[in-house]
Ligand binder design. Structure first.
Ligand SMILES: [Ca+2]
Ligand SMILES: [Ca+2]
Length: 355
């Protein structure tokens, strides 16, 4: 036993000597050994460029505004997009008596050129917030503010996107706007998968309206018959891309304020899970203030789902995250929206079904 102990001690001293020599040989300019202390006391710097997936941090996003918003990292995958590791949790409250406009924002340094880019994010809307009549503005700053309004009326994960068409974007964000809420609410929404991607070139849409009206039909439901006629247009002044667009003749009055055009997919229902539709309108001055519902009707009962597009004079590009299966009709409903009567033509071009 004594011999064994002596060997162990001898081995220990040999090892110690080898270690000491190897340490002593380290040149003074060599980096210090990484230590747990050094990494633990250095905060992980936030990402500065998209995508932001919030797997380990909130990536420098901040919140402010009314509604007492609070921001934190969520790791409960029930509320992360695509079962990823994390998402942003945004807690806030809204009241009918209040003035709630709260922001989630991120400073971009360096700035990003979004001239031909699409800024998108995923938001998880709890069911008891989807019926409060509120909305959101997805926005950027250059510092000029550019935004797009979306109704918050669908529960679950919703994709919200903006194509600002500007260079030198120094801030991205989303503003939740509860000015017109119909009830008080307190809870959390979740934000994930903030991306900036290229806008695909024109001419790649599923329906180009270049040689035909692409098989669209005119709705005949009472009160929704403001569309009189659809024909192919060849006047380049009203074509977004290619050889043609669709001329839609509308006569809208307070008694007949809506007009519906659609594709009938009853014989082969479409699965548009995780899909977005987008379309270009040339809006005549007389329809300024009107809206277009981008419509999907699902199931045998033709349940109504839609996304709202504000129609303003000139070319308008509208999009809507459909995210529905068993789509039996896909269409557009023009809506007088409580404004003036109109009798004239609006043009439709480049309708696309995309990711
Ligand atoms: Ca994530
Ligand atoms: Ca076209």
């Amino acid at each position: 036993m004594k011999k064994g102990i002596a060997i162990v001690i001898a081995v220990f001293f040999v090892c110690y000597a080898v270690l000491a020599v190897s340490c002593a040989k380290k040149s003074p300019t060599e980096a210090a050994d990484p230590t747990a202390t050094a990494t633990a006391t250095t905060a992980i710097p936030p990402s500065t460029v998209p995508p932001f997936n919030f797997e380990t941090s909130i990536d420098g996003f901040t919140t402010d505004g009314a509604g007492s918003p609070a921001i934190s990292l969520n790791t409960n995958i029930t509320y992360t997009y695509n079962a990823s590791a994390g998402s942003i949790r945004l807690d806030f409250g809204i009241t009918t008596a209040g003035n709630e406009q709260l922001y989630l924002r991120k400073t971009l340094a360096p700035a990003i050129d979004m001239t031909n880019k699409r800024y998108a994010l995923m938001v998880y809307i709890p069911a008891d917030l989807a019926n409060k009549g509120i909305g959101a503005n997805i926005f950027i700053n250059t510092p000029s503010w550019v935004s797009k309004w979306v109704n918050i009326d669908t529960a679950g994960w919703v994709k919200i996107e903006l194509e600002p068409g500007l260079a030198n974007v120094t801030e991205i964000g989303i503003q939740f706007d509860a000015l017109n809420t119909n009830a008080d609410w307190t809870g959390a929404v979740f934000v994930d998968y903030v991306t900036v991607s290229d806008v695909p070139p024109l001419g790649t849409a599923d329906y180009g309206f270049n040689t035909t009206t692409e098989g669209m039909l005119i709705g005949t439901t009472t009160g929704e018959t403001a569309v009189n006629e659809i024909v192919l247009n060849a006047d380049a002044g009203f074509i977004k891309h290619g050889a043609g667009s669709m001329s839609v003749s509308v006569t809208a009055t307070s008694a007949n304020p809506k007009g519906y055009i659609y594709w009938d997919f009853a014989s082969s229902p479409q699965n548009l899970t995780n899909k977005t539709v987008e379309v270009h309108f040339y809006v005549p001055a007389g329809m300024n203030g009107y809206g277009a519902h981008l419509v999907a009707k699902t199931g045998a009962a033709l349940d109504w789902h839609s996304g709202w597009v504000n129609l303003t004079t000139g070319w308008v590009k509208g999009s809507w995250f459909v995210n529905l299966a068993d789509v039996q009709q896909l269409g557009i409903m023009f809506d007088r929206n409580g404004t003036a009567d109109f009798d004239g033509i609006i043009y439709v071009d480049e309708y696309d079904i995309r990711d």
